[in-house]
Design a protein around this ligand. Structure first.
Ligand SMILES: Cc1ncc(C[n+]2csc(CCOP(=O)(O)OP(=O)(O)O)c2C)c(N)n1
Ligand SMILES: [Mg+2]
Length: 471
């Protein structure tokens, strides 16, 4: 039977008959990993058949295949196999490729910002709710301005978190600074929440001499030792097994912390994802896997990515407790990640969270997503399903927010981001020497030779090289 979220923290008890549940790694006699989940009130297959082609969201066709198998077990016959006794059946029955029903999605707020009847969630104080909301707006504003700056040719590359602001901020708010974060690339909100200044975001994007990475990474590859946020690496999914290693070392050191790794739906097609889940389960590593299932891996929709019922079902296959959550609902995401973190640390086990969302923006500034999906669909998720609008309705209804607060916040953030851009743009680039340092304690001869030849080339052909990069 699936496990209840621990009651030790404050939950909102509207009605007591509904429970937040993680799918247990082991199925029960109910056949689908635990019954009694909250019945989802919305669906990610799209509300309007004319606009949405449901197959995009429907990677599996649960409900259309074999019924849950009811085996007749042969009395007094078991296979005494290492790890537990296996019952024997005389019937040749194959287990179905999918469970009877699709895994439901845990949601707290409806589209109007009202808690669903019977929902149980972690309450957030007014102060925390406003901080979460302001951070989501900061992320959105920052994305808009940096995206435009790239379009003006001031930056070489950018990618936004548009539509995924709640996953970024609400999950970050549920973590502790002692936890180690191993991100993909669409999670800049997580590092911002941990205290990375807007100025540093701009420094990284411009690769100037204040950038922690000394200009050696592509834009959007943030990282900070101080904030326990490992630098983004471009090859997809490499961070997932690394997170298991980090978690295992936290376990060995008996730390009150876990590793948290983020990745997209597309990344789950990499072998690294599967190896990581298996290692984590076998090693009982305190790691929280957060999959942002945003429907797309650049132009590849999820129904071309996998045939399983999304990602949460894969957790169970590896023996990992898992949940599917509405990633556009900040309160549901916050509650699920708080519970996941707590279980990962207290019980020393991995947890998988599949956060359902939609990538509202193009994949990056190198993409035009209108070439492969209808504009109406994007617009729908941008407006009707906006995680920011939904959370605003909640805080405004609670009397914590007003239209005046909103316009002041947006004005202030816009000013801060523009100032950060203008300042970072003017800062000189790191010296060319940095290309050769920080890998070896003492630079080997071959690198010394390469450094010399690069610098000679720049001196001989100065017009061929950027004038703002000091030698
Ligand atoms: C190993 C590897 N293969 C391919 C790529 C090119 N690539 C960059 S992002 C991306 C899509 C990833 O999609 P997903 O994991 O769903 O993340 P999202 O962009 O949707 O947030 C691909 C294929 C890469 N960076 N690394
Ligand atoms: Mg994706």
């Amino acid at each position: 039977m699936a496990n209840l979220i621990s009651k030790s923290t404050k939950f909102n008890h509207f009605l007591l008959n509904t429970r937040v549940r993680f799918f247990s790694p082991f199925t029960t006699s109910s056949g689908n990993g635990g019954g009694g989940f909250i019945k989802p009130t919305g669906s990610f297959s799209g509300e309007s058949a004319t606009i949405f082609r449901p197959e995009r969201y429907q990677s599996g066709k649960a409900g259309e295949q074999l019924d849950t198998i009811d085996y007749e077990e042969v009395e007094n016959q078991v296979m005494d196999f290492p790890g537990g006794k296996v019952p024997i059946t005389s019937q040749m029955k194959f287990i179905s490729e999918l469970s009877e029903k699709r895994l439901p999605c845990y949601r707290v707020l409806d589209d109007d910002g009202y808690p669903l009847p019977g929902t149980i969630f972690e309450e957030v104080s007014k102060e925390l709710a406003i901080k979460m909301y302001s951070s989501m707006v900061t992320l959105q504003t920052m994305d808009t301005i940096f995206y435009e700056a790239q379009r003006q040719g001031r930056l070489s590359f950018y990618l936004t978190t548009a539509g995924e602001e709640a996953i970024n901020i609400a999950s970050a708010a549920a973590l502790s600074l002692d936890d180690f974060v191993l991100p993909q690339y669409r999670e800049v909100g997580v590092i911002l929440w941990r205290g990375y200044p807007l100025e540093q975001v701009a420094n990284q994007l411009f690769g100037n001499k204040f950038d922690y990475g000394k200009g050696r990474q592509m834009p959007c590859h943030h990282g900070s030792n101080e904030l326990n946020y490992l630098t983004v690496s471009s090859p997809i999914a490499t961070q997932i097994p690394q997170a298991v290693g980090v978690a295992y070392s936290l376990k060995m050191e008996k730390k009150e912390a876990c590793a948290v790794t983020y990745f997209g739906d597309g990344s789950t097609s990499e072998g690294d994802f599967h190896a990581a889940l298996n290692f984590a389960a076998v090693l009982d590593a305190p790691v929280v896997f957060i999959c942002r299932n945003n429907g797309w891996a650049i132009s590849t929709p999820i129904n071309q990515q996998f045939r399983s019922d999304g990602i949460a079902s894969k957790g169970q296959a590896y023996g990992i407790r898992s949940i599917r959550v509405d990633g556009n609902d900040a309160l549901a995401t916050y509650s699920a990640i708080r519970a996941a973190r707590k279980m990962a640390i207290k019980e020393q086990r991995p947890i998988l969270v599949e956060a359902m969302t939609y990538r509202v923006a193009h994949h990056s500034t190198s993409d035009d997503s209108t070439k492969y999906r209808p504009v109406e669909e994007i617009e729908h998720w941008k407006t009707a399903k906006s995680p920011i609008a939904k959370f605003r309705k909640y805080i405004q209804r609670n009397g914590w927010w007003s239209d005046e607060n909103e316009s002041k916040l947006r004005g202030d953030i816009r000013k801060q981001v523009l100032e950060a851009i203008q300042a970072a743009e003017k800062v000189e680039k790191p010296s060319l020497t940095n290309l050769f340092t920080d890998v070896y304690d003492k630079m080997p001869l071959n690198l010394q030779d390469q450094e010399k030849s690069v610098k000679d080339a720049v001196r001989r052909f100065p017009k061929e090289y950027p004038s703002d990069v000091p030698i």
